[in-house]
Design a protein. Structure first.
Length: 700
């Protein structure tokens, strides 16, 4: 493809069109930009150099146009990068987690892009670097470590590495005793492994040719991987497989699941050659997670119409559904998010009225207490650590104004010890900021929570620019947590808002159900309602909002751009899932079959086809004015393929009736998460923030 075939008027890229017709349920589709989907996309995931030259030329032309269009923000990008980097403690380390005679932690040194995985003696002393991500990353444009797992006898470390962003991880094993890598190299895995109790076997998940984790193998150290034992194979292409371990470390757990159904199989970690045993056979719509304690299993589940989940117990020897007995009853509106079981305590993370809390239960007498917090909006995270026989619980607390604090909590004395507060080297005074939670009335009478962050003194008279972030899918709740990057906007007078829309579980499982399948458009309406309410309440004004979302949140961006373009100054869409209909019609793509429970199966169902067709952003691009748009993609992204935003941008340019900017930036050496290095990623954030500030007409 010659440059003249790509570049249109004023140097704006213009994609060629080619008829591509198909029939579904008696309805004809024509996708004139389907040629942007590489026929050899599986090969491109492994080797980006094999991308068709016509496609590469077009993506590079888009990148060049984006660079030219934002050239006047280069100094601002550098300033933003310096600010964000200045808020990172470069020589930082995590709080060590003890395990036996050692304490394990992650560290960074000044200038490092990647982490060091380290350990020291349990009671203190010099540390040893087990895995140096920076050394491993040498020579690669992209490098990402997967999980790093030490063996129970503390002699080995297994780690996964992805060197092109496609999330095909190669697992390697290092002998810690002599800092020597074994010849055991396992390609095409999901990123890590789980050790047997004797430290002689590693269980791992293998990705198939369509990038689906479908098989679990057992590898015995020192043997040829060709002889690895197939432990479990998932025959349903709609289910993903993973492997983990109970907190007791007595059982390896093979989990098969989609977004709404799960099934677990147990392998005795002390008898790794044993066949896996099913806990309870899968039933559509029933989810469960398993923990082990003595002769019992504790199970978090939504069975028996427990929409917001409950915890049951079952005998270890007969764990089937008919033997489940309620332990923590279902309470509508109190969502049980996760739980862990230690020798003497059960700890659960739950959410009620939109806010999380930690509840500790003594197993001996069922006495419970919760850990209290004061702010209006905050985020909690639990870290069980490695040990089972402990009365110490680690949790992380933050809010939109409060940097992350890591506490060790004694569940017997009910005292908390602050182990670490996130440092902001360039300085941060929480008292200079305001965080709040307000409710926006939705189109159908529901109330949408909104978390707000702004600097004290910001005028609430409608003049402030506002960035509104949303996601709204898979039941994922967006926490009101502390993030240093957004301070670069807030310090310039921008109000930062998170709309906790339907599709997440922010207000319980029902909030999720009301934003999926045939109810998906509630997510879009909620986001629009949040924006309108923020303008009506004078936090900002109509047309002065920049909307931001990524992945499934990028679908949200495409939908609201079609539905309410006048509300937004601009749209930031990162790896946006905008070509929903065509993707859900292509069962060969990595995520398509597992995604059908979330969006519907338009191959089998005419109703699902029409539902998706009615809201899919790419399908509904119309001859109307649109906000300014920046779309960001990753060439080797297996989750949202690069051609989705590429096709969307091409169609927007051809159809829209305004002169606003529409830009596409494709990272040609990265995938879904963008650049992997901690500083390289900041450059991408600086680009999106500079675009936003330019759109608001703020100093560049």
């Amino acid at each position: 493809m010659d440059e003249d075939d790509i570049i249109g008027g004023a140097g704006v890229p213009a994609a060629k069109t080619a008829a591509n017709r198909s029939q579904h349920h008696g309805i004809e589709l024509n996708d004139p930009y389907a040629w942007l989907r590489a026929e050899n996309w599986q090969e491109v995931m492994r080797d980006p150099d094999v991308l068709d030259q016509d496609i590469r030329s077009y993506l590079e032309a888009e990148n060049s146009f984006t660079q030219t269009s934002l050239a006047d923000t280069q100094a601002l990008q550098e300033q933003l990068f310096a600010e964000m980097k200045g808020r990172i403690k470069e020589d930082d380390s995590s709080v060590p987690s003890v395990d036996g005679d050692f304490a394990y932690f992650i560290a960074y040194e000044i200038g490092d892009q990647h982490p060091l995985y380290c350990r020291s003696p349990r009671d203190g002393g010099d540390h040893t670097v087990l895995i140096d991500g920076n050394r491993l990353a040498e020579g690669f444009d992209y490098f990402q470590l997967g999980s790093v797992d030490h063996s129970p006898d503390h002699k080995y470390v297994a780690y996964g590495a992805d060197d092109n962003g496609s999330e095909f991880y190669t697992v390697k094993i290092r002998d810690i005793t002599n800092d020597h890598e074994l010849a055991d190299i396992i390609p095409d895995t999901a990123g890590g492994g789980v050790w047997s109790a004797d430290s002689k076997s590693l269980f791992y998940t293998k990705l198939d040719e369509n990038h689906r984790p479908s098989k679990v193998y057992q590898h015995v150290l020192g043997t040829d991987i060709k002889n690895d034992r197939l432990v479990y194979e998932e025959l349903d292409s709609g289910f993903f497989v993973g492997v983990g371990k109970t907190q007791s470390a007595d059982f390896i757990v093979v989990s098969a699941h989609d977004h709404v159904t799960s099934e677990a199989w147990l392998i005795d970690a002390h008898a790794p050659e044993a066949e896996p045993r099913c806990v309870a056979k899968r039933q559509p719509g029933i989810e469960y997670d398993v923990e082990h304690h003595g002769d019992k299993l504790f199970i978090l589940t939504n069975a028996d119409d427990a929409e917001d989940f409950k915890i049951v117990e079952a005998p270890l020897v007969t764990p089937e559904r008919e033997n489940w007995k309620d332990l923590i009853s279902h309470v509508p509106g109190r969502l049980l998010i996760s739980f862990t079981v230690l020798k003497n305590h059960m700890i659960r993370l739950e959410r009620e009225d939109g806010l999380p809390r930690v509840v500790v239960r003594a197993l001996a007498n069922a006495e419970e207490h919760d850990i209290a917090f004061d702010e209006e909006a905050y985020s909690l995270g639990l870290g069980a650590g490695y040990e089972f026989d402990t009365q110490s619980l680690r949790f992380t607390y933050s809010s939109m104004t409060t940097p992350a604090q890591i506490f060790d909590y004694d569940m017997v004395t009910r005292t908390r010890l602050l182990r670490k507060t996130q440092e902001v080297p360039s300085g941060h005074d929480p008292a200079q900021y305001v965080t709040a939670r307000i409710m926006a009335p939705a189109h159908d009478g529901q109330e949408v929570p909104i978390s707000l962050l702004y600097k004290k003194g910001t005028k609430l008279d409608g003049s402030a620019p506002l960035l509104l972030y949303g996601y709204g899918a898979y039941g994922i709740s967006i926490p009101a947590s502390f993030t240093t990057n957004r301070l670069s906007l807030v310090d310039r007078g921008v109000i930062y808002a998170i709309a906790h829309i339907r599709g997440g579980k922010d207000k319980g499982y029902g909030w999720y159900k009301d934003g999926r399948l045939e109810n998906k458009t509630n997510s879009f309406h909620d986001f629009i309602s949040a924006g309108k309410h923020l303008a009506d309440e004078k936090y900002t004004s109509h047309g002065n909002i920049i909307a931001h979302g990524g992945s499934a949140g990028g679908m949200l961006m495409g939908a609201v751009a079609n539905m309410a373009p006048e509300l937004f100054k601009a749209i930031l869409a990162e790896v946006p899932f905008v070509d929903v209909l065509n993707t859900m019609l292509d069962s060969s793509l990595p995520l398509t079959p597992p995604e059908w429970p979330e969006w519907g199966n338009p191959i089998e169902s005419a109703e699902a086809f029409k539902t998706i067709q009615a809201y899919a952003p790419y399908e509904n691009v119309a001859a109307q004015d649109y906000p300014n748009i920046l779309a960001v993609a990753g060439l080797t992204d297996p989750r949202v393929t690069y051609w989705e935003p590429a096709k969307w941008v091409a169609k927007l340019r051809a159809v829209k009736t305004d002169d606003n900017l529409v830009l596409l930036k494709t990272n040609m050496s990265a995938g879904h998460g963008g650049a992997a290095g901690r500083f390289d990623r900041l450059e991408e954030v600086a680009l999106t923030y500079a675009f936003a500030l330019k759109m608001w007409g703020m100093p560049t």
